[in-house]
Design a protein around this ligand. Structure first.
Ligand code: SAM
Length: 366
């Protein structure tokens, strides 16, 4: 899985344990990112709609949420072998992300150029294409030279960036095949007809589109004009999510929650963002019973090593190395919510033994 800020890697066992207690058959991972929550829910047997505005998330959704046994994996494995054997080519990616900036070493950037061009020469269904693109995305992520964000790159090449890019076939996730969307969450919300929605929006001013611009370009392959030391896509300047604005985010979330028709919701936030957990809890209480689990967790890896600009100069101090994640479970049946919170707390405490501390409370609707 790619490195992704706000990814719910640590919370997945907890969310899965909570969802397993609910009477649900279908679910939407509305801000899917890496798709890891959708994957976990799929493994529970739920039929998933994986949605995110990012094009790379759409590719991951095809690979991990939509792909099923009907995919000819032998054919894809042999396509990946052919792509991997292509000689490197000095193209847009190498120039933009390996010389003008330093996200990958040029020897790997040239292979990305050759492989990504090569992918477009195969006749592939959207799911097959998503699998092959995800393979390249993950291969590039394994040899990048960042702390996991693409607003800067390391001054010295990271040790992993010296390795050769290697394509692997993404595994098939067990469970029923789902579908993938690339729509604004607030526009999709009223059209959704699912039992459960997992809501994990961006929580502060950092734009995912800008933070993962290299992956967006790798998948779109549209060779955009770049700006600034980070070499971002020019459209990063005008593509802003309402969820990245302190002023607009609360209204965006309120509108979203009001337009979701699903009886069950799981909502997660951390304490580094715009949203006040108490306010969210009150908002959610309008929809039914609300249970809440608070989890202490280690902050993302970038914070562990400090904040530097592209020239390697320290530009910020890390204020704290731990944060708190809040997970809310909402629905019409108090007993189910209690069971979900109980299971989530037990699993969260087990998964994070020694490193995290989960506390829970369940309240009736206001
Ligand atoms: C906190 S991250 C989700 C992380 C995800 N749960 C995971 O574990 O990987 C928020 C996601 O929302 C997406 N996003 C931002 N604004 C959006 C919008 N208006 N509609 C849909 N997705 C949006 C971003 O691209 C990002 O992937």
């Amino acid at each position: 899985m790619i490195k992704y800020i706000g990814s719910k890697r640590a919370l997945v066992p907890l969310i899965r344990a909570a969802a397993a207690q609910l009477p649900v058959r279908t679910a939407c991972d509305l801000f899917a990112g890496t798709t890891r929550v959708g994957q976990a829910l799929r493994m529970l047997g739920l039929e998933i709609v994986s949605n995110d505005l990012a094009t790379y998330s759409e590719a991951l959704g095809h690979a991990y949420v939509a792909a099923d046994r009907s995919v000819d994996r032998d054919r894809l494995a042999s396509i990946l072998r052919e792509l991997e054997a292509l000689p490197g080519r000095d193209g847009y990616f190498t120039e933009a992300f390996c010389r003008r900036t330093r996200y990958l070493q040029p020897h790997n950037g040239m292979r990305v150029d050759a492989i990504r061009d090569g992918i477009d020469r195969y006749e592939l269904s959207p799911v097959e294409r998503g699998i092959v693109l995800s393979s390249l995305l993950e291969a590039a992520d394994r040899v990048d030279s960042t702390t996991g964000l693409q607003m800067a790159y390391l001054k010295q090449w990271s040790p992993r960036s010296h390795n050769d890019l290697e394509l692997r076939l993404p595994p098939l996730v067990p469970g029923p095949p789902g579908t993938v969307a690339r729509r604004d969450a607030n526009e999709l919300a009223p059209d959704l007809d699912v039992d459960l929605v997992y809501v994990d929006p961006p929580y502060n001013h950092h734009s995912y589109f800008a933070n993962y611009h290299v992956w967006e370009t790798l998948v779109r392959w549209d060779a955009p004009e770049q700006y600034g030391v980070a070499g971002k896509r020019v459209d990063c300047r005008d593509r802003k999510s309402r969820y990245n604005s302190r002023r607009e985010a609360p209204a965006a979330l309120e509108e979203l929650l009001a337009s979701l028709r699903s009886p069950w919701l799981i909502v997660s936030f951390n304490d580094e963002g715009f949203h006040d957990p108490g306010g969210i809890e009150r908002l959610l209480a309008e929809r039914g019973y609300v249970g809440r689990v608070d989890v202490d967790s280690k902050r993302y890896v970038g914070a562990q090593i400090g904040i530097y600009n592209p020239r390697g100069k320290r530009v910020g101090r890390v204020t704290h190395l731990r944060n708190q994640e809040h997970v809310f479970v909402v629905g019409p049946d108090r007993a189910r919510i209690d069971a979900a919170i109980h299971a989530a707390t037990a699993s969260g405490a087990r998964a994070a033994a020694g490193a995290a501390n989960a506390a829970a409370a369940s309240r009736p609707a206001a």
